[in-house]
Design a protein around this ligand. Structure first.
Ligand code: ZN
Length: 268
């Protein structure tokens, strides 16, 4: 080793010491104010951003041409959106989705999170399903949930967690989405009266590669079909405000579990 080589090694050694001292100083400096942190900063979801997409919209039915225009979903062309389904009594999926989203938003905010919804109310049209993904991606959400209820056969019951399939844009969030989906599945069984679907998917799960919400996401996300609206027993549950709140509580629990590594006390 030449003298120049030795002095370079010495210099590198010195700078490592300097970095270590600086890091220690920063740690001490940033640790000190923690004891004076506000209660908000200690909430489990403080600093987290959650995306919620309540599927469809209350006035989608007024503009079929808008709904039918084609958007690129990352793998193929797809309708901008649909009206969604409804119960035999005419209670719409769009209303159900928005109610659950509203309950969930309040719960998440209580845990300290910032919440981004893809639509502000249930009185509008759209946005298209690709834009719903972009809204949540642009917000850099830590996790997101698409809330739906299914329009399956009238004799079918139960919930299904829809999970993304790698297609490029979502490549980096497949594993995390699967992890999150497992927590949603577990919380639904623990906190709601719904059991896994008896007509769709397998044990309450299905992979979908044809939905913009899952194909275009760059944040961990699953879509939940909470129940089957044409089924009378599921419809009675889905239209009940107290059950809608239970569903929101289950989703809240799954989100907290995913982001903190712990279930909330008293849930799941
Ligand atoms: Zn839907």
């Amino acid at each position: 080793m030449s003298r120049i080589g030795r002095s370079r090694v010495a210099l590198v050694g010195l700078s490592l010491v300097a970095v270590a001292v600086a890091t220690f100083a920063t740690t001490v400096a940033s640790a000190a104010p923690a004891s004076h942190a506000t209660p908000a900063a200690r909430k489990p979801l403080a600093g987290k951003i959650i995306g919620i997409d309540p599927g469809h919209n209350g006035r989608n039915w007024t503009d079929p041409a808008f709904l039918n225009h084609q958007i690129w979903n990352g793998r193929e062309w797809e309708d901008c959106d649909t009206t969604g389904t409804q119960t035999a009594g005419g209670y719409t999926e769009a209303q159900f989705n928005f109610n659950v989203a509203t309950y969930l938003r309040a719960m998440l905010r209580k845990e300290g999170a910032k919440v981004v919804l893809t639509r502000p109310n249930n009185d509008g049209l759209g946005p298209c399903v690709n834009k719903r993904s972009f809204i949540i991606n642009r917000a850099h959400a830590n996790v997101a949930i698409d809330i739906h209820a299914d329009g399956g056969p009238a004799n079918g019951r139960g919930f299904t967690v829809l999970e993304p399939v790698a297609d490029g844009p979502n490549d980096h969030v497949i594993r995390t989405s699967d992890d999150f989906g497992a927590f949603v599945h577990q919380a639904f069984l623990a906190d709601t009266p719904f059991r896994v679907s008896d007509y769709y998917g397998s044990n309450g799960y299905i992979s979908r590669d044809d939905l913009a919400g899952l194909n275009l996401t760059t944040v961990p996300k699953v879509l939940i079909e909470c129940g089957n609206m044409p089924n009378p027993e599921d419809a009675a549950l889905l239209t009940s405000p107290s059950i809608q709140q239970k569903i929101a509580r289950a989703l809240n629990a799954a989100i907290v579990r995913f982001l903190t590594g712990h279930w909330l006390p008293g849930t799941s």
